[in-house]
Design a protein around this ligand. Structure first.
Ligand code: AMP
Length: 385
């Protein structure tokens, strides 16, 4: 029987071997916990810094059982384990967040229905199971719109922007598997996110709202805090807390949102785990998102999600940005993080860099570009901030 709070030296099982698991395991180690990783990948970023690893498939009952045997509590950095796999894990050890939470975040129709029922606004959307559905909902959703697959879509995969009915029909046939969802295109002023932790006692703590810039659909830069009016930031944090409460979450939650030109906040996506847009918290906060994750899962108290500095986080994606590494480590003020991935494929997140600024001192347009100039990063994008 697992006792909470988890005593020192207990083992947290992490499903998934990527960088989110790696940084969670590093935070766990600092709190005196061991981590055991489940991943099919030999030499994964998380396993490199963990006490143990079960090498196996997320759907293999034998691997899941072996993994659970090593863990006192189980959590995730990879959410797309099948319902059967989740149920098996939950029958063996406490799973935080609960499988029901993961099921909401795994499927866009369930996710958006859940958000709307919880009173969280989203872009207008409709499920599309057939081509007839598509034609029926197009007038209401309007064009341009985005067709998205309902599962396993991330970093822009499984989605297509469409501007005509013909293009929508063509995209419908190409995007698989069905059903899809059709979403109205949001004319956003900026993209923001909130990372929020919630404990077993229902207490929540939310990090400051950050602004995210994407390149080729992949997060490129995060600015902390977001340069948005205070009321909008308060609305975004309240929405994230509302989602965490509605999910009865024990763990960490990231909510990606759009701020529209007229100041509305619309939720786009939720992830019940540490999030790329929260990496800046390692360097700018007394307790990072990873520590909050571990604390929530272990049943430790959650400190306020305080921030002692402003920050800009730049992802290092693919071989081109990894090639900046020698310059990055030679530049005072840049805080380097590398994930231990042996191979730098295009579009692969290899690491990130954080730069801190005095609180309230996040520079304006040219400052940020100059601050990151050493990375060749941001360019027009950052200059436009
Ligand atoms: P997603 O896979 O849903 O997180 O979307 C990836 C990115 O596509 C978002 O971060 C946005 O930049 C863009 N995007 C997704 N949905 C919409 C939408 N309804 N309107 C405008 N942009 C969107």
């Amino acid at each position: 029987m697992t006792r909470f709070p988890l005593p020192p030296n207990a083992t947290i099982g992490i499903v998934g071997g990527g960088q989110l698991g790696r940084m969670s395991a590093m935070a766990a180690a600092r709190l005196g916990y061991r981590c055991h990783i489940l991943t099919p990948e030999p030499d994964s970023p998380a396993a490199q810094v963990a006490a143990g690893v079960t090498l196996g498939d997320y759907e293999d009952p034998a691997a899941l059982r072996d993994f659970a045997l090593h863990a006192d509590v189980i959590t995730f950095e990879f959410e797309n384990v099948s319902a059967e796999g989740l149920d098996l894990l939950a029958s063996l050890k406490p799973v935080r967040p609960a499988p029901a939470v993961l099921r909401v975040s795994q499927e866009r129709i369930i996710e958006k229905t859940f958000l709307n029922q919880a009173g969280v606004p989203t872009a207008p959307w409709a499920p599309v199971a057939t081509e007839a559905d598509l034609l029926a909902v197009l007038p209401r959703i309007g064009l341009p719109a985005i067709l998205k697959t309902t599962r396993l879509g991330y970093d822009g995969r499984g989605q297509t922007r469409v501007t005509t009915e013909a293009a929508a029909r063509e995209a419908y046939r190409r995007l698989l598997p069905h059903p899809l969802i059709l979403e109205g295109m949001v004319d956003f002023a900026c993209e923001i996110s909130v990372v929020c932790a919630r404990g077993a006692d229902g207490g929540t703590t939310a990090f400051d709202v950050v602004e995210n810039r994407h390149r080729d659909h992949i997060l490129d830069l995060t600015f902390a805090p977001a340069r948005i009016p205070e009321e909008i930031a308060a609305t975004a944090q309240a929405l994230a807390r509302r989602v965490a409460d509605a999910l009865d979450l024990v763990g960490l939650l990231a909510v990606e949102m759009f701020v529209t030109a007229d100041g509305r906040v619309l939720a786009n996506e939720i992830a019940p785990r540490p999030h790329n847009s929260g990496h800046w918290t390692i360097d700018a906060c007394p307790a990072s998102q990873f520590e909050m994750h571990v604390r929530a899962v272990a049943g430790l108290p959650l400190p306020p999600a305080a921030r002692h500095a402003d920050a800009v986080m730049k992802n290092l994606v693919g071989p081109e940005e990894l090639a900046l590494w020698p310059r990055i480590v030679a530049t005072p003020g840049l805080i380097p993080h590398l994930y231990g991935k042996a191979e730098a494929r295009a579009g692969r997140k290899m690491g990130h860099v954080t730069r801190l600024f005095p609180k309230g001192g996040l520079p304006g347009p040219f400052g940020v570009a100059a601050a990151l100039g050493v990375l060749g990063a941001g360019g027009d994008d950052a200059a436009a901030v």
